[in-house]
Design a protein around this ligand. Sequence first.
Ligand SMILES: [Zn+2]
Ligand SMILES: [Zn+2]
Length: 228
Amino acid sequence: MLNLLDCLFPKQCFLCNKKGSYLCLACQSSLNYQKEQFCPVCARLSLLGFTHPACLRKKGLDGLVSLFSFRSPIGKMLKSFKYHQVRELESSLVDLATLGLSGNKILKLWRRELFTFTSVPLFPARRLWRGFDQSERMLKGICLKLNLPFKENVLERRRWTREQAKLTAKKRLKNIIGAFAAVNKTSVKNQNWVIFDDVWTTGSTLKESAKVLKTSGAKQVWALTLCR
Ligand SMILES: [Zn+2]
Ligand SMILES: [Zn+2]
């Protein structure tokens, strides 16, 4: 029997329309992972995603890694996952992100320096409305597969913010300042963190998260996103 979801989003490849899965094996292997990384401060090319020495700020991000371009089919999958609640896509997205990250050289550094992974928090009301926190779920899945330390509830939203997607770059930054707090400052202190969000656009949410973590005494803070 066909269910409603299958009618709305029939299981077929986003790229070649082949039936059976959201991204068929052939297309999966032809997917281009983001080969070049960019400094989170000046947005110019950067080796492995390190923030350029001249761009480093005490309370800023130490680097940024994005796994895909938003223009790739991943962007489309992510939109369906987020806004149309196609939860079946989650495992495909997790698989692809895992594949992309496992081949990334930065992972060695993150393992060696004992980075802990956490996600940017959704406002509780929005989480209720959506029923799930897509970033947290995705990151949990990735960490499980790659055997990386994952921690939830590191940051919390302190106040309501308007949905970032609807704002201009300047307003996004204003909207997010002071919106987060560390849940437990002592557990943040002297640790290295990778904060995960699904998309990097202006980076204001991730930059603000880094600021909060570093204010609480975090050592290094990197950002990881599925797309940019
Ligand atoms: Zn395909
Ligand atoms: Zn730079």
